[in-house]
Design a protein around this ligand. Structure first.
Ligand code: URA
Ligand code: URA
Length: 233
């Protein structure tokens, strides 16, 4: 969750410093009134975005909308940057995620962290979440009724964040978001669209742990994301 006060303080400090530098006649950077106003709005935007996500989390409450509620320890809502340009969507929490209430913190999560670092980003810059928010028993695939109960919340999270890119991890995330039965090997490696957001399906990091020879494909996929991500900077 974003710390609102820290953001506002940081933005205020940047504003103050730019203003002071402009007053002292420093040149070579943009410090017009217009820019300073834009900058202070960034802070407000980030705060209102994190409030939107908090509101969605509050609506979810102590969710009992599907049968997974009875076996979970924690709801895994998702975390990262409320203003992210890139969102990763996995399948659902595993054992460690259920214990901690955070997405992708187990072995697959460690690999995901390395994949994110390989494209020169950090987990703090992106947003990470799942199709379903509670752990299925024995990590089985989510069932249709569970996805139906949970998906509206993910859809609201994505609408709040408004990313430019979504990277889906594995079969379930790709098929669910893109509403298709096509296989992951057919879907991966090219951009699709979800509500005008570019979606790039790739393999799930847990699948990569079992099939390391597929890492090369994922690297090709991530290079595509990286290229477009930088292009739109
Ligand atoms: N696998 C997923 O799909 N999501 C997680 O959060 C962890 C493992
Ligand atoms: N099957 C899956 O469910 N996910 C993958 O990433 C690959 C195959």
């Amino acid at each position: 969750m974003l710390n609102k006060r820290a953001i506002l303080e940081t933005v205020a400090e940047i504003n103050y410093t730019l203003h002071q530098m402009a007053v002292q006649g420093c040149r070579g950077f943009e410090s017009s009134q217009h820019s300073l106003k834009t900058l202070s709005r960034w802070g407000q935007d980030a705060v209102s975005l994190s409030e939107k996500l908090e509101e969605i989390r509050l609506d979810l409450g102590d969710c009992q909308r599907c049968k997974l509620a009875s076996g979970r320890k924690h709801i895994v809502f998702g975390n990262g940057n409320a203003n992210a340009k890139l969102v990763f969507v996995g399948e659902g929490p595993g054992f460690e995620e259920d214990q901690k209430g955070e997405p992708f913190v187990g072995p697959a999560g460690k690999l995901l962290t390395r994949i994110i670092q390989a494209i020169k980003l950090s987990r703090e810059q992106v947003y990470i979440c799942n199709i379903i928010k509670c752990r299925p028993p024995g990590n089985r695939d989510p069932e249709r009724d569970e996805i139906e109960a949970c998906l509206p919340f993910l859809e609201r999270q994505i609408s709040a964040i408004k990313p430019d890119f979504i990277c889906t991890l594995g079969k379930v995330a790709a098929q669910t978001l893109l509403k298709t039965d096509a296989s992951i090997s057919k879907l991966r490696g090219r951009f699709h669209e979800y509500k005008s957001i570019k979606v790039l399906p790739t393999y799930h990091p847990a699948f990569l742990l079992r099939n390391p020879e597929k890492k090369r494909d994922v690297w090709e996929d991530m290079k595509k994301v990286m290229r477009e991500y930088r292009y739109e900077d």
